[in-house]
Structure formats: C-alpha cells, structure tokens
Design a protein around this ligand. Structure first.
Ligand code: CP
Length: 264
C-alpha cells in the first residue's frame, strides 16, 4: 500500500514476494475507498478478512504506521516501507547488507551521510542501525538541512564536505528532498550543488582509496552527486544496493510470515 510514490521499495517488495511464491495484491490508492474517506484502520481490517496476511505500507505522515498498528484489532502484519521523515527500516537493512558485502564490518569504519539529513528517514534508520554496530557515523549538511537534536545521537556533525568525507570508508549521499521544502523557503539547489555535490575528484582527493559510494535513490543527478560519478564503476554500488533490496526484503517477508503457510 504505497500512499507515496516509490520505484525501488515498491518494486523490490513485489519481486521479493513473488520470488517467495506469495500472492501480491497491488493496492491502488487512487481507485481505493481510502479516496472516499475510509480510514486506514477499516481498510486494514477489511483486507485482513479478504485474506491479506501482511501489508507493506509507505505514507507521507511520520508515525502513521505505528498508529495504525495500534488501532487495528486483527493480526495483519505491517512492514514500514517509509513513513514521512521518520523511518525507512528496510532501506537501512539493505544498506547495512551492502556495507557488509563491500567492507566486511562497519565497526570503527567512517560512514559519512551527506545531504538532506533533516528530512531523511533513511538517515535516521541508518543511524539507528549503524550505531548498534559501533560504526563511526558522520553527518554532513548545511545548517538549513541539519538533523535536529543530532547531539542526542552518537554522530559527528560537519558542515564542510571535505572534512566530512576525509578518509571515509563509506560516503552515503542523500537526495535533496525538494518536495518537502516547498513551503519552507530553502535556498535553491544551485547553492547546495556548489558546496556539497559529490564528484569523482572530491572522492579521490579526500575519501579512503577504496571508498564505497552509496545513495538510497532516487538521485538528483548533478545536484547532490555528479552524473559522471554515477556512471562510473564506483557509482554501480548504488544499483547493487537496489538489487540487494530484493534479497533483504525476501528475508523480511519470510521472517515475518513464516508459519503462515503463504506458499502453496
Ligand atoms: N530508496 C527508496 O526508498 O526509493 P523509492 O522511493 O524509489 O522506493
């Protein structure tokens, strides 16, 4: 149930479910009774009685998935596919899996997350997961995109990109979420690009020699990351992240539904 747009998360959960032999109901919001004012609680309870075991839900409102889970009276299972600026746990798991594949362990490795951390559910879920494994987490953003209360987390904050990526093992670039800034009067993206765009030269000059470039997607080419870098071998890790999303989401669905005899 994707109440907000998605390519990677939606398609990879669908493909993951298909690979596991599940039946997928592609819930079409615009033609559903949500558009007639039916509540999410009533929708979920009806879906459960139609035979739905689990719902992967994405929504623009932070925290709505936890709220719906509390309201629903029947044991339908929920997977958070990203809610507002709150959390994107399956993205953090696939990012973690990709890091393990590339660098073995994150312990004491310098992981730098650069970009719109203030609006990023990906950053928040990654910080939560990486801090459990003693990664050395660095955030980099201009003051107007800074993560509020970052002092409450075990992260180091930089507004200078060169300092942030210096000797970094992983540079995770985040999209500037223009759709969430519309009403907030942020500077235009050319200012952001001038100071924060990651390109091949910057990585070569400052990051570790074998630095891993990551991005949850979708990327704004030539804003937060240069188009030429995305099309190099270093940029290919971003596509591998998306591919790993299928396997990680298979594991999530299988773990959640094992015992439900979903496969015929
Ligand atoms: N990374 C991510 O959540 O991408 P989508 O919005 O395309 O699902």
């Amino acid at each position: 149930m994707f109440c907000e747009n998605s390519t990677r998360t939606k398609c990879s959960f669908e493909i993951a479910g298909q690979k596991l032999g599940m039946n997928i109901v592609n819930f079409d919001i615009s033609h559903s009774s949500l558009s007639k004012g039916e509540s999410l609680k009533d929708t979920m309870e009806n879906l459960f009685f139609l035979g739905v075991n689990a719902v992967v839900i994405r929504h623009s409102l932070s925290g709505i998935i936890n709220n719906v889970m509390r309201l629903v009276s029947y044991p339908i299972k929920f997977v958070n596919g990203g809610d507002g600026t709150h959390a994107h746990p399956s993205q953090a798991l696939l990012d973690f899996y990709t890091m393990l594949e590339k660098i073995g362990s994150v312990e004491n490795k310098k992981i730098t997350i650069i970009g719109d951390v203030s609006h990023s559910r990906v950053a928040k879920s990654n910080i939560s997961l990486l801090s459990k494994f003693n990664a050395d987490i660095h955030l980099c953003a201009p003051s107007y995109l800074q993560f509020e209360n970052f002092e409450a987390f075990n992260v180091k904050y930089h507004d200078n990109v060169k300092e942030a990526i210096s000797e970094a093992n992983v540079v995770m670039v985040l999209r500037v979420q223009n759709e969430r800034h519309e009403k907030e009067g942020y500077p235009d993206s050319s200012e952001y690009k001038r100071l924060y765009e990651i390109d091949t030269n910057l990585l070569k000059q400052y990051a570790a020699d074998d630095v891993i470039l990551m991005h949850p997607g979708p990327a704004n080419r030539n804003i937060e990351v240069s188009s030429e870098l995305l099309d190099t071998q270093v940029g290919k890790t971003i596509l591998e992240q998306a591919q790993n999303g299928v396997y990680v989401r298979m594991a999530i669905l299988n773990t959640l539904l094992k015992g439900d005899n979903y496969a015929s």
